[in-house]
Design a protein around this ligand. Structure first.
Ligand code: FAD
Length: 396
């Protein structure tokens, strides 16, 4: 990897998060000159700090990570099997479950800490031929016309490229600078993630529990550890964050009705303000958006990065094919094909997720009755449950 950017590149990727890194890796070996611009310092990319997120990856995503040479870089002891998922509604004893019923795999998917995904992807591109990395730099200008894309950095450097790719998170600055709008939904809630040790055995089962006033998920990690994921209105979350670790453990134990016995935090809590985003377009003139910059999912269906991996793979395949045939890698038709395929892949679940979240966080009586009925109806329809299970597992 060269440490200085040249002034002209084939592909300029803005954002060295997991989507940007995976995309750069997907283009390895096709002779393109690629540069990644990341505002964080190099050390934060090479050895990212634990950020509380445990990412549920589908089988398809694990396959993509393996093909990128990133999966084998993750210590297997850090990968936890997700065997079954259960959805609970309020105080009802009824539970809707997915997986664990002879789906032909021992697990629905895998849980992997986000910082290890980032680290493994970084090291898989670290010595990639034809790839430069510029870190610790803010972007001050982004524009593109029919001939080329242009990016100016805070230190005055100017980069031009045949294709600009925005991989700079759901609050993408690149998207705005390219004049692409987005649906942005801020429900006024925050999500806390925290590793907890508990007395009981989770059995590899993830639980999503829509309780009145809060939503709580428990994601099973190896041993008697889980990731507690609590969603609250932002003001209530601010209060919760004032608790000592011991008091937080007690609070979580009570909220979870001692289903796993006493809980004790073994990491700091990390809070993420919730916002879902869906770009009006995933492409513009000589430009494309990938990862959360294109589709910022609500974490409840655990598909944000799964979609990010899928989308970057779709775009990279089209670009590789064009490069091999000596065609324009940013041709309008190529970019439109990416947009169409990625929209088809993501829009249904994005919309369904937001509807589910809306329904299950609405405390009015009719909504509570509807969600109870919806869970029971889904439980009585094995084809629906199998369909959702297959969606969650995503075999190739
Ligand atoms: C609590 C939580 C739980 C989640 N659980 C799951 C899950 O179970 N399964 C799943 O699939 N997904 C999950 N997700 C979603 C997943 O984390 C994201 O989809 C994924 O991180 C998106 O990757 P990205 O590279 O697109 O964006 P990011 O991870 O946001 O990375 C963007 C990068 O761009 C950089 N950047 C931003 N702006 C600029 C700029 N102007 N110039 C240069 N660099 C810039 C940032 O520093 C960052 O490195 C979860 C998210 C949260 C918050």
């Amino acid at each position: 990897m060269r440490d200085k950017a040249s002034t002209h590149h084939d592909v300029i990727i803005i954002g060295g998060g997991p989507a940007g890194l995976a995309f750069a890796r997907s283009l390895a070996g096709c002779g393109l000159d690629i540069v990644i611009i990341e505002r964080q310092p190099l050390e934060a990319l090479a050895d990212p700090a634990f950020d509380g997120r445990e990412i549920a990856l589908t089988h398809r995503s694990a396959g993509i990570m393996a093909a990128l040479g990133a999966w084998d870089r993750i210590d297997p002891a850090e990968i936890a099997p997700l065997r079954k998922a259960v959805v609970l509604n309020g105080g009802s004893p009824f539970a809707l479950s997915f997986g664990g019923e002879g789906e032909g795999q021992d697990r629905l998917g895998h849980l992997v800490p986000n910082h290890l995904i980032r680290r493994s992807l970084f090291h898989s591109v670290a010595r990639q031929e034809g790839l430069s990395l510029i870190t610790g730099q803010a972007v001050t200008e982004v524009r593109a016309d029919r001939d080329q894309g242009l990016v100016r950095l805070a230190d005055g450097r100017c980069l031009t490229g045949r294709l600009l790719v925005g991989a700079d998170s759901r609050f993408s600055d690149v998207r705005g600078r390219l004049g692409i709008g987005a649906e942005i939904n801020r429900p006024g809630r925050s999500m806390m993630v925290c590793r907890v040790e508990h007395e009981g055995d989770h059995g590899g089962v993830a639980t999503e529990w829509f309780e009145h006033g809060h939503t709580m998920a428990m994601l099973p990690l190896n041993g008697r550890l889980s990731s507690a994921v609590l969603t609250l209105p932002t003001a209530a979350m601010d209060q919760l964050m004032r608790l000592s670790p011991a008091a937080l453990g007690q609070d979580l134990t009570q909220r979870y009705r001692e289903r796993l016995g006493g809980m004790r935090p073994v990491s700091a809590p990390y809070v993420y303000p919730l916002a879902t985003t869906y770009s009006h377009n995933f492409v513009g003139t000589r430009a494309a958006l990938i990862g959360d910059a294109a589709v910022g999912m609500h974490p409840v269906t655990a598909h944000g990065f799964n979609f990010g991996l899928q989308g970057q793979e779709t775009l990279a395949c089209l670009i590789r094919e064009a490069a091999e045939k000596g065609r324009d890698i940013a041709a309008s038709l190529l970019l439109r094909r990416y947009e169409m395929q990625h929209r088809l892949a993501t829009r249904p679940l994005y919309t369904a997720t937001n509807l589910i979240v809306g329904l299950y966080t609405d405390e009015r009586l009719p909504q509570r009755l509807v969600r109870h009925a919806a869970l029971r109806a889904a439980a009585g329809l094995p084809l629906i449950r199998q369909g959702v299970t297959r969606l969650l597992m995503q075999h190739r």
